[in-house]
Design a protein. Structure first.
Length: 557
């Protein structure tokens, strides 16, 4: 590894190895299976799995499944799929916090016997009232000084199902006057008579995340427990449990700044609200920042990994411009995606001097960035489709595309000149009558003339009908999380569905997930809604690169 590229966490790992504290790091990615993963989780995945790979260690995938009322097998399955899609593999190291429930319970009894945990009968509202505030200390529960014997008896009764939900909790006995509210006798266990997606009906008593998380790290002998910055206030509690329990290993927690992305909401709770209220098509809607959503939209995993690398591992919170993510996507697709011609808003063109019934094929380049990608044959005939926006009857000075009396180049094919615009009863142009110059076959004129515009096109007789979905930012403002009503900030133009598109025939039956560049239009991906001969494409990203322009501008300052 190049030491000049080390971030602060990698510096810590390097130092621990050099000091002989560890031979190699053992990290973990510990999602709660209560929703789909999003782009913020991707950064954590890349950090944890990436560090393990770089230093010859291993990374565990562990489901911190401590709340059965919000967790589902659907989420467990989707998380595994997302991690694999990003290019990482946990091998045999797939774990569940629920597999440790018996050990966690025994450790909880250990704290009770040590006089460091007690059963509390306060209601949830009373517990909040007794906890105090950031400026006022909390008050001790009237049940805080129960005897060890009574606490053990009650705690065992909680496990046996003798009490209803919410009747009692087990709390750690730490310090109700601590300036860190997390240490004011935090709840360790609560009663929930609910089936668990992994453990089944075995338990009606479930540990809290804060109690299960650090001890799960200890059981798995995690060397570096890496989490986002909002957990820094949890670290004293994490350490308190480790120090007061007979755990087999002493893991350490390190925090980095979470990913905040402009025009994006990265709260699973609010993303679930968008799904439940029908504002999007589902968790995998291409507008969603979920990994399943951006995968459906066509974002390649290589671009996500590069984005995670570019945003870095830092300690200070900031908001990353969405344009950087799009830049990473374009950079990968520019080199990897094959080019095709597609007309999204067709305008019919009749080449009057082209022989009726004649069909030619022109050699078209698949990817000018990659000569090994080869070429394909694009059929050409008397009737074509071009984009509506490529014609203007009365063009402004800097409009160089097709207009009455003007000559343009059809990519790979011929020069054509517009002679007449045919209109419907409403005065809308519905067809162009043109002529072509047979001497310009292949798109070059023997006399050296060169039109200022080159248009893409599709042969009408060979065109494939398609639906194309165009996507913009899901929110209108760059900081939707700051809005009083974030739903009101949804962008009404975030999705536009075009049903009359015409594509070149090579796009008819591509596999779902295939990514291509529609020449002059953008990058697109085949959607799962596609049917044989009638594909559906999602726009992955446009051709313009705002981030690259920002970089170029900054370079000249």
């Amino acid at each position: 590894m190049n030491d000049t590229n080390l971030d602060f966490i990698r510096e810590i790992v390097t130092a621990d190895i050099a000091a002989g504290k560890i031979q190699a790091p053992v990290t973990r990615f510990p999602p709660e299976p209560n929703g789909y993963l999003h782009i913020g989780h991707a950064k954590s995945i890349c950090i944890n799995f990436g560090i393990a790979q770089e230093f010859g260690g291993r990374c565990h995938l562990r489901f911190d499944d401590t709340n059965p009322t919000k967790e589902e097998q659907e989420y467990i399955d989707s998380i595994q799929e997302d991690v694999r899609w990003l290019g990482f593999d946990w091998g045999p190291h797939l774990y569940y916090a629920s597999d440790y429930f018996e050990q966690l319970y025994e450790w909880a009894e250990h704290l009770v016997r040590e006089g460091k945990a007690y059963v509390d009968d306060l209601s949830a509202d009373e517990t909040r009232e007794y906890r105090g505030t950031l400026t006022e200390p909390g008050r001790e529960s009237p049940y805080r000084n129960r005897s060890v014997e009574e606490n053990l008896d009650l705690f065992r009764g909680m496990r046996a199902g003798e009490f209803p939900d919410g009747a009692r909790v087990l709390r750690a006995k730490i310090d109700m006057a601590s300036p860190n509210i997390m240490l004011r006798d935090p709840v360790m266990y609560r009663i929930l008579h609910a089936a668990h997606p992994h453990a089944g009906d075995k338990w009606c008593l479930y540990p809290t995340y804060d109690f299960a998380h650090g001890q799960s790290d200890a059981i798995e002998r995690i060397t570096h427990s890496i989490c986002t910055l909002e957990f820094d206030v949890h670290r004293p509690l994490y350490d308190w449990f480790i120090e007061n329990l007979p755990v087999p290993w002493r893991p350490r927690q390190f925090e980095f700044a979470r990913l905040n992305l402009s025009y994006t909401m990265l709260s699973k709770r609010r993303l679930l609200q968008l799904v439940d209220e029908g504002h999007v098509r589902g968790w995998n809607d291409p507008r969603m920042p979920t990994l399943s959503g951006i995968r459906r939209r066509g974002y390649p995993p290589e671009a996500i990994r590069e984005f995670a690398r570019m945003t870095g591992v830092v300690k200070r919170e900031s908001i990353v411009d969405y344009a950087l993510l799009e830049h990473c996507v374009r950079a990968h697709l520019n080199a990897a995606a094959q080019r095709r011609m597609a007309v999204l808003r067709p305008l019919r063109v009749v080449i009057e001097n082209y022989p009726e019934g004649q069909v030619e094929e022109f050699e078209a380049i698949n990817n000018p960035e990659n000569p090994a990608a080869g070429t394909r044959q694009a059929p050409f005939s008397r009737v074509l489709f071009i984009e509506q926006e490529d014609f203007m009857e009365d063009p402004p000075k800097k409009f160089f595309r097709l207009a009455p009396g003007r000559e343009v180049r059809l990519r790979y094919a011929y020069f054509i000149t517009c002679r007449e615009a045919v209109k419907d009863a409403a005065g809308q142009t519905v067809e162009l009558r043109c002529t072509y110059d047979p001497a310009t076959r292949g798109g070059n004129a023997p006399d050296g003339r060169s039109p200022k515009a080159t248009l893409h096109w599709v042969s009408a007789a060979h065109a494939v009908p398609a639906e194309v979905r165009l996507y913009e930012y899901l929110f209108r403002r760059p900081d939707p999380h700051a809005a009083d009503d974030f739903v009101a900030e949804l962008n009404p133009s975030s999705e536009e569905v075009l049903t009359g598109c015409r594509l070149e025939p090579s796009l008819a039956n591509l596999p779902v997930g295939s990514r291509v560049q529609f020449e002059r239009v953008g990058y697109f991906c085949v959607d799962p809604d596609s049917q044989p001969g009638r594909p559906v494409f999602n726009r992955t990203v446009t051709l313009r690169d705002t981030w690259a322009k920002i970089q170029a501008k900054d370079a000249h300052k």
